[in-house]
Design a protein around this ligand. Structure first.
Ligand code: SAM
Length: 223
């Protein structure tokens, strides 16, 4: 997986919440044979099964504290989509925007992924709405998508988002930050947060009026 999320902080807590954020799945040998994907381009969405490679632990805990419940109420790990599971296997439904081979190999262009850059992908399957989607399903406390905050930019941050590339980045940051990535149990209104997003270091604060982006700095050339 090649994703703009270079660290776990800031990644949406579920797939499908950030339609404008693209990512790529690199198909590695010996599976990078285009005939193995023939027909997949006709599906608008695909399932990705993957390993939470940065959530591997020697032991496992039977209960977790979902951020959606404020980070202090426990539920069984199998009643959650937590990365910290006996087998750290994830499942994400993402948009499929293209399949292409270039000099670096065979790639699936996707959108809406909630995966960390470098995540190993185990399997890819086409999404079948009539089989995989259940209109009247019950989902307890997780039945609704997360609330979204308003996102605004300081003059300094807005000044760095010029041109088409800047507008694209602005739209992506609004989608990602509106989901309020702050850890549920210490959502501080005064604290400044820093988040890596693609080639940018983004600084922001969140209060009752929403998120205020105070800095967007390119990291290229600074490494
Ligand atoms: N949609 C998947 C599922 O339901 O299995 C993932 C849901 S999980 C709550 C999403 C979170 O997993 C992200 O917000 C991020 O913090 C974390 N995550 C994503 N990729 C990861 C990786 N490779 N290793 C560890 N944690 C990861």
């Amino acid at each position: 997986m090649r994703s703009p999320f270079r660290q776990k902080f800031g990644i949406p807590r579920q797939a499908g919440l950030i339609a404008s954020v693209g990512a790529r799945v690199q198909i590695t040998a010996p599976y990078d044979r285009i005939e193995a994907f023939r027909g997949l381009e006709a599906f608008s969405h695909i399932w990705l099964q993957f390993i939470f490679h940065q959530a591997r632990r020697d032991d496992w805990k039977p209960q977790v504290r979902p951020p959606r419940l404020g980070g202090n109420r426990r539920v069984g790990v199998f009643a959650s989509r937590s990365p910290f599971r006996p087998n750290p296997i994830g499942l994400s439904l993402v948009g499929l925007n293209g399949i292409q081979r270039d000099a670096t190999g065979l790639w699936l262009e996707i959108s809406g992924a909630d995966l960390l850059d470098g995540t190993p992908v185990l399997d890819i399957k086409p999404y079948l709405p009539w089989a995989d989607g259940v209109d009247d399903a019950e989902a307890a406390w997780a039945g609704e998508p997360p609330a979204r905050l308003a996102v605004r930019f300081s003059a300094k941050a807005a000044g760095t988002l010029a041109g088409a590339e800047g507008e694209r980045l602005r739209r992506q940051l609004i989608e990602v930050l509106a989901l309020d990535p702050r850890p549920a149990y210490h959502a501080s209104a005064s604290r400044r947060y820093g988040m890596r997003f693609g080639e940018y270091e983004v600084e922001w604060q969140a209060d009752e009026r929403g998120v205020r982006v105070t800095g967007v700095d390119s990291t290229t050339g600074s490494d």
